[in-house]
Design a protein around this ligand. Structure first.
Ligand code: SAM
Length: 437
């Protein structure tokens, strides 16, 4: 007769592989396997990935629980193996030590619930036994694996299936295709949500059609970034287009999306497309002056390879590469997330294109933090997106192409600027108006 109700092993796994320590899907799988190896019955698993790094999770078993929190930056994992009954948790310990590549560890075992100190209460066991039998299917357990995209103050968490379809560390970023229950498969770069099957059309219809209808006769278009292929898919719906040049820095993004997001990445073989795997910042530096009708900067957040896509020099080069009546727009962050980047970008564009020549188009993307996102424009000539007159043509195109977000009202509405955004932009202007090209 065991002298204690439970057995608790507190483990410090050290010098583990930092990549594994940051991989929520791998850790969830290893922790569940560690329980099953020791003969436990898994009830459910709940795991969370924190950005920029770290994983927290628990596997609830009929015999109690296994829990973990990781510090990838130290190659360290704090693990709790709490079991009752005959289960030998040291089997789980051995499994995890291997799985995490722990080069050193310490473990403290303690008995929990000494029967000498406890008094048993009488209650009806049958209902309990009934419930336990429901959990006797070892393969059935609910998985709760969460992916979190956050900054210091706010976060967006998506529950995902734990399935990882693509996971490559490219020279520029970590490229992953994972699957969320609500939004389907999605592309994540360095743990930031880039696009999902269920809401990508919000972004891709708004990055392309407003500019196309504002220009009215765009033939030569440059896309910088856009590796998922959604922007070119939408632009190439316009028959009048003669050539689209796409400059994406990371071939791994294109490869991953072509294979696992074919609904988005289905225009890479289009005859009007010239695809270059290159740095857009270098490309635009050497671009021929006045050669593009529209330039679209479909870049990621201002970190890593995309940092330079928010600079004065980059947008000055874009300005020079635009034809006299050209239009440029860029992924512009959000007035509610990364306000600094949002505001600074608009001042840069106003400084280069002119004070009233840098309008903002606001729209909603549920899987971006806060859901409120924007494109920021640079108008070189007089073709201003706020003053479109071809509504009927827009709605006819929207219907004919089965668009799910964009239409004439949405076009106009997106350029309506809420007062708090005007205040945000005005507040900064007085400080930075000295910055000129
Ligand atoms: N919708 C996304 C967003 O709002 O963040 C952007 C999607 S798209 C996938 C962003 C692309 O920009 C990525 O494929 C990334 O590799 C690419 N990119 C980043 N920096 C770049 C650069 N300097 N030149 C060209 N492409 C770049």
């Amino acid at each position: 007769m065991s002298t204690a109700l439970g057995n608790h092993i507190l483990v410090e796994f050290m010098n583990c592989d930092p990549h594994i320590m940051n991989d929520v899907a791998a850790i969830e799988k290893d922790m569940v396997a560690a329980a099953q190896k020791a003969g436990a019955t898994v009830i459910n698993s709940t795991f969370h990935h924190f950005s920029p790094y770290g994983v927290s999770g628990v596997v609830v078993i009929q015999e109690s629980h296994l829990a973990i929190h990781t510090w990838p930056e130290y190659g360290y994992a704090a693990v709790d193996l709490f079991t009752c009954g005959e289960m030998d948790a040291w089997i789980s310990f051995d499994w995890l030590k291997e799985a995490f590549g722990a080069k050193s560890y310490s473990a403290l075992e303690m008995k929990r619930g000494s029967v000498k100190l406890l008094q048993r209460n009488d209650f009806d066991m049958t209902s309990m036994r009934q419930k336990a039998s429901e959990w006797s299917n070892p393969d059935f357990y609910t998985r709760n694996v969460w992916f979190t995209d956050k900054d210091d103050m706010q976060a967006l968490s998506l529950r995902f299936t734990g399935e990882v379809f693509y996971d490559v560390q490219s020279p520029f970023q970590r490229v992953r295709i994972i699957e969320s229950y609500k939004y389907g498969k999605m592309l994540a770069l360095d743990d930031m949500v880039m696009t999902t099957i269920q809401d990508e059309f919000h972004y891709h219809e708004m990055i392309s059609h407003p500019a196309m209808f504002t220009h009215g006769n765009a033939k030569n278009i440059l896309v910088i970034g856009g590796g998922d292929g959604g922007s070119i898919r939408e632009i190439l719906r316009h028959e009048g287009v003669e050539k689209v040049t796409m400059v994406e820095i990371d071939g791994e993004v294109i490869k991953a999306c072509k294979e696992f997001l074919p609904e988005i990445a289905n225009s890479f073989d289009h005859p009007k497309l010239e695809l270059l795997v290159d740095d857009g910042i270098e490309f635009i530096k050497n671009a021929k002056p006045e050669s593009y009708d529209i330039i679209i900067v479909d870049g990621s957040d201002p970190v890593g390879p995309a940092e330079g896509l928010f600079s004065v020099e980059f947008y000055t080069n874009c300005y020079n590469a635009l034809k006299k009546d050209g239009i440029m727009l860029a992924q512009g962050e959000s007035p509610k997330f990364n306000e600094k980047a949002f505001t600074e970008l608009n001042h840069t564009l106003q400084g280069i294109f002119g004070e009233n020549k840098a309008p903002i188009s606001l729209f909603f993307v549920p899987t971006y933090p806060t859901g409120m996102w924007c494109f920021q424009y640079g108008i070189k000539g007089d073709k201003h997106p706020k003053y479109v007159t071809n509504e009927a043509e827009i709605d006819a195109f929207s219907e004919a192409n089965g668009l799910r977000y964009y239409n004439a009202d949405v076009h106009k509405g997106s350029f309506a600027t809420p007062n708090f955004v005007k205040t945000l932009l005005n507040k900064e202007i007085c400080q930075t108006s000295t910055r000129t090209v």
